[in-house]
Design a protein around this ligand. Structure first.
Ligand code: PGU
Length: 400
């Protein structure tokens, strides 16, 4: 018989979010009367706003015409790549440096094909679990060892260090995933911190994969939205981003990855050329309907709508945070991100998850799913209809 990819065997049984869905379904089966509210997975809930939606509809309409029909679009519409460069990067990238994707997660899953199994991987601890699970799948990390995966460098980012890692721990000639605003803590790096990260990465030959999926939630204008606000990052970083959380495209699927021309491997070869090769081989481009929506999102009216949508979710975040603080539960996040990170000292995350599910019928995400430093924390997602979020906030009082 054929043998199994050892990377799959090394993974813990379930990916975090399906595992939560399983526990929710088991609870619902036992309590069919329960009106469960999800503040668990970060999945958008509000309708796509009209201007952006018209962009999607118009793109679909054009596909039904001889003049407007288009097929494969490979690295993406040139007009969209140009617009992304203008809107997010002050025009500093050419279209050849911007690759349109079907979402940030999909590119994160593909990126490690560039570096292979022998590259050491470091992550912020806690962080989005795909960085680590993807590394295990490609063989760059070993089996689960109780609290983390063997071979992964977990760089604690906790209250004790202001949620910013000790940069002396960056892996030499390795890979470092950095997400700002961070999922799950909401911590957003300052310009000084990103500058220090870039200069440490350049010294050590570390490549940074900067995940900016929540950049449109940043409200403090002094905080950088992109690693490329640090000019030297062009030689040491790749940035992934997405329309999922800003335009409500979690189901539409559209994102992008920036790979600067200056970025090279130790042998001098261009990473940009290889990324084109990888995408050309295993990806046939994002949906042209989604790209029509993306173009509309980046027009002035679309940008206003994205602001309105992210403001709405930030409003939810505020409600959740004050409900928790009212109960004396210490928490951070929610100012520049749609997540609240709440501390339950001395408790096991999954145990608190079950308690909140049973007593409040609210689904959350256990912090331990984001890394060893997430133990004793719970992540509350601010994605939800307002009445549901208000109801969830009321029910949280059952915890006191
Ligand atoms: N990057 C970060 C940091 C994320 O939190 C998420 C989604 C993504 C990328 C995915 O973006 P797409 O462009 O939609 O692919 N995180 C959510 C959803 C869970 C999941 O498995 O992706 C969350 O709840 O953390």
């Amino acid at each position: 018989m054929i043998s199994r990819n050892p990377g799959i065997a090394h993974l813990k049984a379930g990916y975090l979010f399906p595992e939560i869905a399983k526990r929710r379904a088991a609870f619902a089966k036992e309590h069919p009367e329960a009106k469960i509210i999800s503040l668990g997975v970060g999945n958008t809930t509000e309708p796509i706003l009209p201007h952006i939606n018209r962009g999607l509809m118009e793109a679909a309409r054009r596909l039904g015409t001889v003049e407007g029909y288009s097929g494969y679009s490979d690295e993406g519409l040139e007009s969209l790549r140009e617009r992304i460069s203008q809107v997010f990067y002050h025009g500093q990238f050419t279209p050849s440096e911007i690759f349109i994707s079907d979402g940030a997660k999909c590119d994160i899953g593909r990126l490690q094909l560039l570096f292979g199994a022998r590259t050491e991987v470091a992550v912020q601890d806690p962080s989005y679990p795909v960085y680590v699970d993807g590394s295990v799948l490609i063989g760059a990390a070993g089996p689960w060892s109780g609290t983390g995966y063997q071979g992964i460098r977990y760089l604690p980012c906790t209250a004790a260090n202001g949620y910013f890692p000790d940069l002396s721990l960056l892996p030499e000639k390795g890979l470092f995933y950095f997400c700002s605003p961070n999922n799950p803590t909401g911590a957003t790096a300052t310009r000084e911190q990103l500058g220090a990260l870039v200069s440490a990465a350049r010294q050590k030959g570390t490549l940074i994969v900067f995940d900016a999926a929540y950049s449109e939630y940043i409200r403090n204008s002094a905080l950088p939205k992109s690693i490329f606000e640090i000019p030297e990052a062009r030689t040491c970083a790749i940035e992934v981003n997405s329309f999922s959380k800003s335009a409500g495209f979690t189901g539409v699927r559209l994102g992008w990855t920036v790979v600067p021309q200056e970025l090279t491997y130790g042998g001098g070869e261009k990473v940009n050329a290889d990324w084109g090769r990888v995408c050309g081989t295993i990806f046939n481009g994002a949906s042209n309907i989604a790209q029509g929506g993306g173009l509309a999102a980046l027009e002035p009216e679309g940008l206003k709508e994205m602001r309105e949508l992210t403001d709405f979710y930030l409003g939810n975040a505020k409600l959740i945070r004050s409900a928790l603080q009212g109960l004396g539960i210490s928490c951070v996040g929610g100012d520049e991100s749609p997540y609240i990170w709440a501390h339950f000292p001395g408790r096991d995350s999954w145990e608190v998850f079950s308690e909140i599910l049973e007593r409040c019928q609210v689904v959350t995400t256990p912090g331990s799913g984001f890394g060893p430093a997430g133990q004793s924390f719970i992540r509350f997602s601010a994605f939800g209809h307002r009445p549901a979020v208000e109801e969830a906030c009321e029910r949280l009082s059952h915890l006191s």
